[in-house]
Design a protein. Sequence first.
Length: 272
Amino acid sequence: MFISNFRGLPNTYFTYSSIKKIMFKNIFESRVFKSCRVLKVRIISKNKCNKQQNNRVFNSRTIHLFKNEPIMKKASLLVAGMLLTVCSVIGQYTETLNIEEAFDNVRLDGNVRLYLQEGSETKVNLETRNEKKMEDYRITVQNNTLYIGLRKKQRYGGTRKRHSSPRIKVNLTHPELKGVNVEGLVYVYSIDPVSSNSFSVKGDGLIRGKIEVDVQRLEVDLDGLCSMRFSGKADRSDLRLDGMGRINARDLETSKVHKSADGLTSIRVAKL
């Protein structure tokens, strides 16, 4: 992505790799931001772009050179705005799970899209491109929690990188879900309002979603690059975001709200 007005480094390109804690200073309109968990930024000078040049990493106004690293490395993650845009992929392989153990929480780890629907019976339906992709995920129920996560797999002498994991779509029907805990590249959407005494959304990574609730208490605790929208009703709301992104709760009817935003973040709520 080409950005022409980057302070101190005109005509630069950006690609993004793994999540890191870095400090942004004097990037946009000389504003200074706190240290926040965002993506490591690779900066490549346009007028010096060739196969022999080294990649550069901007970290707190310091340029570090990485020797012997190809400059045109494929971006593993999209830039911030594009990254939060859903790129839909229709699953070609579908599997319905027969889960006998009871659970009221969900924990996701990997590249997952979760769709929540209320129903009298619990149903879990999974979609991937093919059956082989499904084998990369481990699905268990422990301590009243449905766990859907990547199996550890050796690749090129090390464990599999997060962005190399296959996408999986999870359609979950549940009578009373209490919480969702996510890690990785995760999208969470509610088809129906989530009804319960309390409901929590916690996570760390690249998180996006739209959730409607009908609860007494809503708790949101997120780190990383996030874009979440909440609507519906909650007697009390506790909203925390650390990193880069936003929580939009303007359509959430709530009597009491506590919010905490650190880093390059914003939390918007309806006026009480």
